[in-house]
Design a protein around this ligand. Structure first.
Ligand code: ARG
Length: 561
């Protein structure tokens, strides 16, 4: 049972306020002894034509419910005191019965394409792409948990004029064996060299354009090179995805839409939306907005044109109920234009499109340079994280059986967790030592807390004891605080979904871990008395919810570490 919701419902029944507003107004009394929830009656002055204290008195008098041990007026507030043991018993029952499905809900259904990761071929995967990958992955799991069918789409940057330049550079300075050995590194090097050389030799740009033209015209050599570059780059990216434990439902990237853009341009023409502006074709979006460019003056299409084609294709393919683009906030204007043009085309489903932006990863407060943020670097970050995790495990638990696997879960999990614990739009600093610590607000701390709970359950089992839901009577404050957090989990997931915000789940897991560690420090769990099975039920419930919260973030929860 959701006790806060219950308190809100009881108030709603007495007033003419909307349910949302009542729920939003409910506070936590400053002094926990005064109750668990407090509803301030100031807003009811009009309806009741009394002073708030009198209103609180009247309401408190007229409601009662078995969920609450006490409902009383305290000044202008109606204070609710939960029947602690009832909350504990009901919550543990719900968690243990539903297991990993605790928190599942039906908030919606239907396909939700999530455009995520989307790195550019022949360029290193940046920290921005890493963020998009882990945020998108977590949002997909959260959406799935509340009833939707997520479709994870990697809209690879696998086409464009840069491939003409790359082919030119490869033919001049490239070497097949190098590309085979370390594709992204070398391809990127050729690309950088092209730009350096082009400063002194502008005719290189013409060659680049000529090769791109050949590619567009289906010239065999150009197409084969392009395909090869795409293939070897993708293979590298997939290695990183595998490390991170992320899978995609579709790799339909930019090239997939090559033959689908003309139709969009035709459609825009038919709908009389294209106008000429300084030689280019644009869609006007109103006085205060920049016009959206669709065709450049040389008639070539651009990023936006392709995204229009992709959005239409996805609507046809998936008949989506929502579509998300997890892309850095520097592309906010682009997605605003995308939605606005679709709207002008008469597609009301453009209202169901959401740009889910995020901030930057910094180092010592400074923006990371993409040049250094190459794939080797990202690979290296994960490797270093695993190494640091391994060192800590060696120190703490030298006899652990599957150390490599656990070190991987902890190291990679630490990097993912660190990315997800901050509000998505915040910029944050990346300091590996900090990220992989076992104490503090880190992923390993949550994992370690779960492993601790599992270790208690293992010890109990060795003593022939196990969790039971019969006769739960846990009267300590720590058990209550922990159970209250457990009871909040479904609502936390709903909030994370509504705001596209995995950090809500990450912060929750930290708070729950802290509550449980207080319980662990203050209560002798394994004492052999009649409440031992109830205490074990609490421990098991905590482990279930921590494991599920981490899963929603894309982080594994080892049972031992
Ligand atoms: N490849 C692009 C980049 O790295 C991101 C693509 C985002 N998705 C989209 N549908 N535009 O900037």
């Amino acid at each position: 049972m959701d006790f806060k919701q219950k308190a809100a419902d009881l108030i709603v029944a007495q007033t003419n306020l909307p349910a949302d507003q009542v729920f939003g107004l409910i506070e936590r009394p400053k002094n926990a002894k005064m109750g668990d929830y407090a509803f301030p009656c100031f807003v009811l002055a009009k309806q009741f034509k009394k002073n708030p204290a009198a209103i609180a008195g009247e309401i408190a008098e007229s409601i009662s419910d078995e969920a609450f041990a006490k409902i009383v007026a305290v000044g202008p507030y109606v204070n609710f005191t939960i029947d602690h043991n009832l909350l504990i018993a009901q919550t543990l029952q719900a968690v243990l019965k539903q297991g990993q499905h605790y928190g599942d809900q039906e908030l919606g259904k239907g396909n939700v394409p999530i455009d995520m990761s989307s790195p550019n071929i022949a360029k290193p995967m940046s920290m921005g792409h890493l963020r998009s990958t882990v945020i998108g992955n977590s949002i997909a799991k959260i959406f799935e948990k509340v009833g939707y069918t997520p479709v994870k789409i990697n809209y690879l940057g696998d086409y464009g004029t840069q491939f003409g330049k790359l082919i030119t550079a490869y033919k001049k300075w490239g070497n097949e064996a190098d590309v085979k050995r370390d594709p992204i590194h070398y391809l990127f090097q050729y690309y950088v060299k092209f730009h350096q050389e082009a400063e002194d030799h502008p005719e290189l740009e013409d060659e680049g354009r000529a090769w791109f033209k050949k590619l567009e015209d289906g010239d065999q050599e150009a197409v084969e090179l392009w395909q090869w570059f795409r293939e070897v780059s993708l293979k590298e990216f997939k290695r990183i995805y595998q490390e991170l434990g992320v899978e995609f439902d579709s790799y339909n990237g930019e090239a997939f839409y090559n033959d689908k853009m003309d139709a969009v341009v035709e459609e825009l023409k038919d709908k009389n939306l294209l106008v000429e502006s300084r030689g280019a074709q644009v869609v006007e979006l109103g006085q205060d907005e920049n016009p959206a460019m669709i065709l450049k003056s040389d008639g070539t299409s651009i990023y936006l044109t392709r995204d229009l084609a992709a959005a239409e294709w996805r609507m046809k393919e998936y008949n989506f109920v929502k579509m998300l683009y997890v892309v850095g906030n520097e592309q906010t204007e682009h997605f605003k234009q995308l939605k606005a043009v679709l709207k002008k085309m008469g597609y009301d489903w453009s209202d169901d499109i959401y740009h889910v932006p995020f901030g930057l990863i910094t180092q010592n407060g400074k923006k990371l340079s993409t040049r250094k943020g190459n794939v080797v670097f990202l690979d290296q970050v994960l490797k270093d994280a695993v190494k640091l995790a391994r060192a800590q495990i060696d120190a703490k638990n030298p006899s652990l059986a599957n150390k490599d696997e656990v070190a991987h879960d902890v190291g990679v999990g630490a990097v993912i967790f660190h990315d997800l614990k901050n509000d998505r739009l915040d910029n944050f600093d990346f300091d590996l030592e900090e990220v992989v610590r076992f104490e503090g607000d880190t992923g390993p701390y949550v994992q370690y807390t779960n492993a601790r709970a599992q270790s208690v359950l293992r010890k109990a089992k060795a003593l022939g004891k196990e969790a039971s839901l019969a006769d739960i009577n846990l009267d300590d404050e720590w058990a209550f605080q922990t159970a209250k957090d457990l009871a909040d989990f479904p609502r936390i997931i709903a909030r994370a979904e509504e705001k596209f915000e995995p950090s809500v789940v990450a912060k929750y897991s930290l708070a729950l871990a802290k509550k449980f560690n207080k319980y662990y420090a203050n209560v002798k769990i394994l004492t052999d008395d009649e409440q031992l099975p109830a205490r074990l039920a609490l421990v098991e419930a905590v482990s279930t919810v921590l494991t599920e919260a981490l899963r929603l973030l894309g982080v594994n929860a080892p049972k031992e570490m």
